[in-house]
Design a protein around this ligand. Structure first.
Ligand code: ASN
Ligand code: ZN
Ligand code: CA
Length: 328
C-alpha cells in the first residue's frame, strides 16, 4: 500500500473537462489535492454538519451524479489556490501552505455558499428550482477569499468595513475567473453569472454598475454603512471596475459593460492585473478590521505608491477612480 499525488480528470458542471489534484491510497483515489496543501472536498449528502464523506473514486475519472458538484468545488479551490500563489505570491489562505476543505450537497434546496473561519472551510448548497448548484468558479473564489480577508485585514462584517469585506471577495472572485482562463467560464465582471440564482438568467452582482442588481449602490454616501454588506460592496466593486477598465462602454469576452461616474468624470483604467495587486497590497498591508471607504482610499493610494511610485499614472488612476465613486 502506498500514497501518491495524482492528477485526475473531471467532467464539471460549469468549467468543462478539468484536471483535479487527487491522492491515491491503496487502490482508491480521493479528492485530496496533494499539490495544494492537501485541500479536500467532502460530500455532505444533504446533511448540514460535520464533514460527511471524503469523495473517493476507483479510476480517478470524476463526474456524474453526486460527484459533479465535488468536481466543480475541488477545481474552484485549486484555481483559487493557484491564483493566490502564482499571481500574488500567497501560499494558501493563511499563507502557510496548508489547504482548507470544501463541503458540497449542504442541506436541501439550499441556495447559498459560505465560508466559515471556525472550520477554515467553505460549503455549497445545491440550489433550488431554477437556481443551480452554487459551485461555480467565481463563487469558489469569493468564498475562499473570505478566508484570506479573515487572515489579513480581518475587515468587520458589518457597516462600511463589511461592504469592503464583501467587495474584496467579489474582486478576487473576478480575478480568479480571469486568471483561470477557462474557456467554458470566461472571465467577466459579473458575480454568479453561471448559477442562475435569480431564475431569469441574470447574475447576482455587476461590478461595472452595481445598481443593476436593483439593490447595490454605485457610489459612496454617508448612509452606505446602514445597508446589507452585499449591497454596500457596490461602490468598491465599482471602483475596481473603473480602475481596471475605465469609465464608459466596453465589451470584454463578449460581455457589454457601461460604467458611469458620480461626477461625470472620465476614468482611464490601468488594467486588471495592476488593480488586483493594489487591492491586495492595501488589504494585507494597510487595512484593519475597522477600515471604512475613506481608509480604503488612503490604503490603496499607499499601496499604489509602494508598487508604482507616488507620481505614477497608476497612483493618479487610483485617486481618480475613488473620486468617481464619491470617495474624495
Ligand atoms: N454567500 C454569502 C457570502 O459569501 C454568504 C453570506 O452572506 N455570508 O457573502
Ligand atoms: Zn461573501
Ligand atoms: Ca463571474
Amino acid at each position: 500500500q502506498w500514497e501518491g499525488v495524482e492528477t485526475g480528470t473531471g467532467t464539471s458542471k460549469y468549467s468543462g473537462t478539468v484536471t483535479l489534484g487527487t491522492t491515491k491510497s491503496g487502490s482508491t483515489y480521493s479528492l485530496t489535492d496533494g499539490a495544494r496543501g492537501n485541500h479536500k472536498t467532502y460530500d455532505l449528502n444533504q446533511g448540514s454538519s460535520g464533514t460527511g464523506t471524503l469523495f473517493t473514486d476507483a479510476d480517478d475519472v470524476w463526474g456524474g451524479g453526486g460527484q459533479t458538484a465535488g468536481v466543480d468545488a475541488h477545481y474552484g479551490a485549486a484555481e483559487t489556490w493557484d491564483f493566490y500563489k502564482e499571481f500574488l505570491g500567497r501560499n494558501g489562505i493563511r499563507n502557510d501552505g496548508v489547504g482548507s476543505y470544501s463541503r458540497v450537497h449542504y442541506g436541501n434546496n439550499y441556495v447559498n455558499a459560505f465560508w466559515q473561519d471556525s472550520c477554515f472551510c467553505m460549503t455549497y448548497g445545491d440550489g433550488s428550482g431554477n437556481a443551480n448548484a452554487l459551485t461555480s468558479l467565481d463563487v469558489a473564489g469569493h468564498e475562499m477569499s473570505h478566508g484570506v480577508t479573515a487572515a489579513t485585514a480581518n475587515l468587520n462584517y458589518s457597516g462600511e468595513s463589511g461592504g469592503l469585506n464583501e467587495a474584496t471577495s467579489d474582486i478576487f472572485a473576478t480575478a480568479v475567473e480571469f486568471y483561470s482562463g477557462n474557456s467554458a467560464d470566461a472571465g467577466d465582471y459579473l458575480i454568479g453569472e453561471k448559477i442562475n440564482i435569480n431564475g431569469n438568467g441574470t447574475p447576482l452582482r455587476y461590478q461595472d454598475k452595481p445598481s443593476k442588481d436593483g439593490a447595490s449602490k454605485d457610489y459612496w454616501s454617508s448612509t452606505l454603512g446602514n445597508i446589507d454588506v452585499h449591497y454596500s460592496s457596490g461602490p468598491a466593486n465599482h471602483f475596481f471596475y473603473l480602475l481596471s477598465e475605465g469609465s464608459g462602454a466596453k465589451v470584454i469576452n463578449g460581455v457589454s459593460y457601461d460604467s458611469p461616474t458620480y461626477d461625470g468624470s472620465t476614468v482611464t483604467g490601468i488594467g486588471r492585473d495592476k488593480a488586483i495587486k493594489i487591492w491586495y497590497r492595501a488589504l494585507t498591508t494597510y487595512w484593519t478590521s475597522t477600515t471604512k471607504y475613506a481608509g480604503a482610499r488612503t490604503g490603496t493610494l499607499s499601496a499604489a505608491a509602494d508598487l508604482y511610485g507616488s507620481s505614477s499614472t497608476e497612483y493618479k488612476a487610483v485617486a481618480a477612480a475613488w473620486t468617481a465613486i464619491n470617495v474624495k
